[in-house]
Structures are given as structure tokens and as C-alpha cells.
Design a protein around this ligand. Structure first.
Ligand SMILES: C[S@@+](CC[C@H](N)C(=O)[O-])C[C@H]1O[C@@H](n2cnc3c(N)ncnc32)[C@H](O)[C@@H]1O
Length: 224
């Protein structure tokens, strides 16, 4: 079996991403926190007992998941064992594994997958969602965050980012279709990441913009 693609980027993940972004837009941590804050808002005060960061990579979101869901057990899964070494440094309290069999023995109230599915082969994406669906608690929710291919700045960064060379973005509509194909019965969605760090003071407006297809990313919330 070939080495997972992200093993080669693990040590330099943040630097590579930073170099691909226009300067001053905000560090990758800013956007990681942005998404976890949105996740907390979408959960409307619910306190998950177990959270899985699916495709956690080098662990950029895990410290925020641990912070915002302080009572939860936080897990990280990734196919790249090399990335998990960095995730362990970033979030020593998280439970990390690249063994799906082990992860799949648990049930999760929340599964968070940020910028992972465009790295999965198109023909395998629905299968990966189905596997996640099977390990959700009965009232659990999966939150898929993905790049919005209609945002010109997102496209610009995507085209410059070395680890996106073989990746393929997909639209919010396609993600909603995948949710149905994977057997999810309920779904909610919206666009997000409208405001880079210099415009962070405008973020209060974001709930008014969720239907405007110009956010840098979108989310789809899926439930059984
Ligand atoms: C762009 S990185 C995103 C990492 C992290 N979610 C973040 O927001 O920083 C994509 C990650 O998806 C992981 N990945 C790719 N295919 C996967 C799969 N089938 N299952 C789980 N993770 C996968 C890669 O190893 C990589 O760490």
C-alpha cells in the first residue's frame, strides 16, 4: 500500500498553507477556530459526550474542539500516521488513531470533518460518509466543512497549495446529494468563512449570510 499523501506534508503543514494564502488574511488557526465556533453555535448549547475530528491531520482544530467542548472526550482520526504525531503535540488530551477499526468501536455525538473529503477519491466519498454515519450516536450529527468552489479567493488559494494538487473541490449541492446517498435523513447547510481576520469585527453578520454562495467555505450538517 502506498504511503498516505499527507505523511510528506505533516511537518510543514502550517507553513505550506500560510504560503499559499494572501498575507494578512489570517493564520490557519484563525479559520480553524472560526469553524469550531460555528460548530458550537450550530449545536445550540448541546454538550456532546464524544467528538471525532475525522481527518484531523496535524491537529489544527483539536485544541479548539477541546476548548469549546471541554466536557467531551475528543478523538482524532487520520489515515496519515505522520500527521497524528503532530496532532499529539498540538492536543495531548485528544485520543488519536489511524486505525478505523478502533475508532469504529466508539459512538460519537459529533463528527467534524474539515477540508478532508476533497482529498478522498470522488468514488469513495459516499462510502466514507456511510462509515461515519454508522458510528454516530442515535441523535448524533456530522458536520462536513468544505471549500466553496464558487469563491474566487478560495480557488486562488486552492490552485497554489501544493497538497491540493491532486484534490478536487465539490459544490455544496454535491455535498447535499452525497449526504442523501450515504443514507442521512436530515440535513442543514450554509456558507461560512466570509470574514478574514482583518474583518473579524463583522462576523456578527454571518448568520444573515448563510445562503449567500460567496463564503470561502460551506458546511453541511447531517443526521440520521
Ligand atoms: C487538508 S488536510 C485537513 C486536516 C484538518 N482537518 C485541518 O482542517 O487542518 C486533509 C486531511 O485529510 C486526511 N485524509 C485524506 N483521506 C482521508 C480518509 N480517507 N480518511 C481520513 N482522513 C483522510 C489527510 O491525511 C489530511 O490529514
Amino acid at each position: 500500500m502506498s504511503r498516505p499523501e499527507f505523511d510528506q506534508y505533516a511537518a510543514d503543514y502550517d507553513r505550506i498553507l500560510k504560503e499559499a494564502m494572501p498575507s494578512g488574511l489570517g493564520e490557519s488557526d484563525y479559520f480553524a477556530e472560526y469553524k469550531v465556533k460555528l460548530l458550537a453555535r450550530l449545536l445550540e448549547g448541546a454538550e456532546p459526550r464524544r467528538v471525532l475530528d475525522f481527518g484531523c491531520g496535524a491537529g489544527r482544530s483539536l485544541p479548539y474542539l477541546l476548548q469549546f467542548f471541554s466536557k467531551a472526550e475528543c478523538w482524532g482520526f487520520d489515515v496519515s500516521a505522520e500527521s497524528l504525531k503532530f496532532a499529539a503535540q498540538a492536543a495531548p488530551r485528544a485520543r488519536l488513531s489511524c486505525d478505523w477499526g478502533m475508532v469504529a468501536q466508539q459512538q460519537f455525538d459529533v463528527i467534524f470533518a474539515a477540508n478532508v473529503f476533497h482529498h478522498i477519491e470522488p468514488a469513495e466519498r459516499v462510502g466514507a460518509l456511510e462509515r461515519c454515519r454508522r458510528i454516530l450516536a442515535p441523535d448524533g450529527k456530522l458536520f462536513l466543512f468544505e471549500h466553496n468552489p464558487f469563491n474566487p479567493l478560495t480557488r486562488w488559494v486552492f490552485e497554489r497549495c501544493p497538497f491540493d494538487a491532486d484534490a478536487e473541490m465539490f459544490s455544496l449541492e454535491r455535498a447535499r446529494e452525497m449526504s442523501r446517498q450515504a443514507g442521512f435523513l436530515q440535513e442543514a447547510h450554509g456558507y461560512t468563512l466570509f470574514f478574514p481576520k482583518p474583518l473579524a469585527w463583522l462576523r456578527g453578520l454571518e448568520p444573515l449570510l448563510t445562503r449567500v454562495p460567496l463564503g470561502a467555505q460551506y458546511y453541511v450538517q447531517m443526521a440520521n
